[in-house]
Design a protein around this ligand. Structure first.
Ligand code: ADP
Length: 453
């Protein structure tokens, strides 16, 4: 560390005997006070001075002490004290900067100034202290000259006072620390209690969830069993029902046949009623049987490369008979080029027929339209109509067995068509979705993989 000595020191003193240490300490504090250091800093630099002075007195037999004000590189002023030993310092042996004293000041170290080795320390003057102009420095000097050096006893008294104040501060900090510690311990206890409580609650919840899952597993096993036995029951009953119902229809036809004995008009009406009721019943039985078969996985897929054009043509032909309302147009947009898809042609036909049939049933005016388009590896079929539409909250329900939108039942039906259609589409590896709003018609979207299920 090197540096230029200031022109004229603020104060100059000699360290030669033990008592001088007290005087240097006291004067150091006074210089610090005069240049504007705060009380704490005055005590700090004074303490650092007396410590270094004691070291030098022991090592070199004394020193000349000078105080200066420097303008620092940081634009602030520093109070600097140089202690120039009266005999040379043993080279490299004294390193005050490595001890605790160095924490009392901003800089502390051994410096060589114009070939003379000094111990130098400095402490920054606060920004709000008076700017040390040459006049002010002259004032500082004369002020310091006026303060008569006190005795070692006086300095000891002052030092004692400072020690007591420092002790008080330490004590109050210790008390504060104790309070903080107590608060921390309290908080810790609280956190621990909360943690224990949470852990318990979590365990409790876990136990509940485990129990719930066990119950769910049991319930779903029961449900599966119930659903299987329902399908079995439906398959058996439907089969048993079909034969007698077919017989009733056949017998009804015989009764009204021209080759049979003529019936009265009333008898004819009644037989007609029997026939149409039996036809409805057969329809229901057939749908039940279809659904039961699909649900029990007894439908075998017959996959082939299907061209959609003939399939659409056939649908147009069969459904035209059902499109009896002149206000409703059935539009089947047949693809113009071969449109190939690997699927089960019969099942696909059933799904589309079912959706188109619903459209025709529920639409009073406007149109029912079928179109298809390929996107990537999927074919999408859209069956749209200008019918009454379906409220969003019922979009799931209409795929439940036997569900019919209230008020829509007058057009007949069983509520089995859509669940069956969705089953078939799932079997074909696709999805059946609906977009619809009341008053805006309905569009059913069937999406199937090009390559088959
Ligand atoms: P079904 O037609 O035999 O009643 P579905 O399962 O095919 O049974 O349809 C269930 C219900 O969904 C129908 O009763 C009807 O209320 C409603 N629905 C189906 N398709 C349409 C449609 N295109 N427009 C309006 N409502 C429809």
């Amino acid at each position: 560390m090197t540096g230029e000595p200031a022109a004229q020191p603020l104060l100059q003193m000699a360290l030669r005997v033990e008592q001088d240490i007290f005087v240097i300490r006291q004067r150091g504090r006074e210089v610090a006070a005069v240049v504007g250091l705060e009380h704490q800093d005055q005590v700090r630099i004074a303490t650092a001075l007396s410590e270094v002075a004691r070291d030098l007195l022991g090592m070199t037999g004394g020193a000349d002490v000078t105080f200066h004000i420097d303008a620092g590189a940081d634009g602030r002023h520093h109070l600097r004290a140089d202690l120039a030993p009266v005999t040379p310092l043993p080279a490299g042996h004294y390193q005050p900067q490595s001890g605790a004293v160095s924490r009392l000041v901003d800089t502390l170290g051994v410096a060589t100034v114009e070939g003379v080795t000094v111990v130098r320390m400095s402490r920054r003057v606060p920004a709000n202290a008076p700017i040390p102009t040459p006049e002010r420095l002259a004032e500082f000097r004369s002020e310091l000259g006026r303060i008569a050096p006190a005795s070692a006893l006086d300095e000891l008294t002052v030092q004692n006072g400072q020690l007591i104040a420092a002790l008080d501060e330490v004590r109050s900090q210790r008390d504060e620390l104790a309070v903080l510690n107590e608060e921390l311990a309290e908080t810790n206890r609280g956190v621990l209690a909360l943690y224990n409580q949470l852990t318990e609650e979590l365990e409790e919840t876990n136990r509940g969830v485990v129990a719930l899952y066990a119950e769910l597993d049991e319930k779903s096993a029961q449900l599966r069993a119930a659903s299987e036995s329902k399908s079995r029951f439906l398959a058996n009953v439907s089969h048993e029902l079909r034969a007698p119902v077919t017989a009733i229809i056949g017998l009804g036809r015989l009764l009204t046949d021209s080759a049979s004995d003529p019936l009265t008009d009333e008898q004819g009406d009644q037989v007609e009623l029997i026939r149409s009721s039996a036809a409805d019943l057969l329809n229901l039985v057939n749908e039940l049987l279809d659904l039961a078969k699909a649900e029990s996985g007894r439908i075998e897929l017959d996959l082939s490369d299907v061209d959609l054009r003939p399939v659409f043509g056939q649908l147009r032909g069969t459904l035209r008979a059902l499109a009896t309302r002149p206000e409703v147009e059935l539009v089947v947009e047949e693809p113009s080029t071969p449109a190939l898809l690997r699927t089960d042609e019969v099942l696909l036909g059933q799904v589309l027929r079912n959706l188109l049939h619903n459209g025709l049933k529920f639409t009073e005016r406007g149109e029912v339209r079928l179109r298809a388009h390929q996107q990537g590896d999927r074919w999408t079929f859209e069956v749209s109509d200008t019918g009454p539409g379906i409220a969003p909250e019922l979009h799931d329900r209409i795929f439940e067995e036997f569900y019919q939108v209230p008020g829509a039942t007058r057009v007949g039906g069983t509520g089995l068509g859509l669940p069956y259609a969705r089953r078939l589409v799932t079997l074909l590896g696709g999805t059946l979705e609906l977009t619809s709003e009341p008053g805006r018609g309905s569009t059913f979207h069937v999406s199937l993989p090009v390559g088959g299920a």
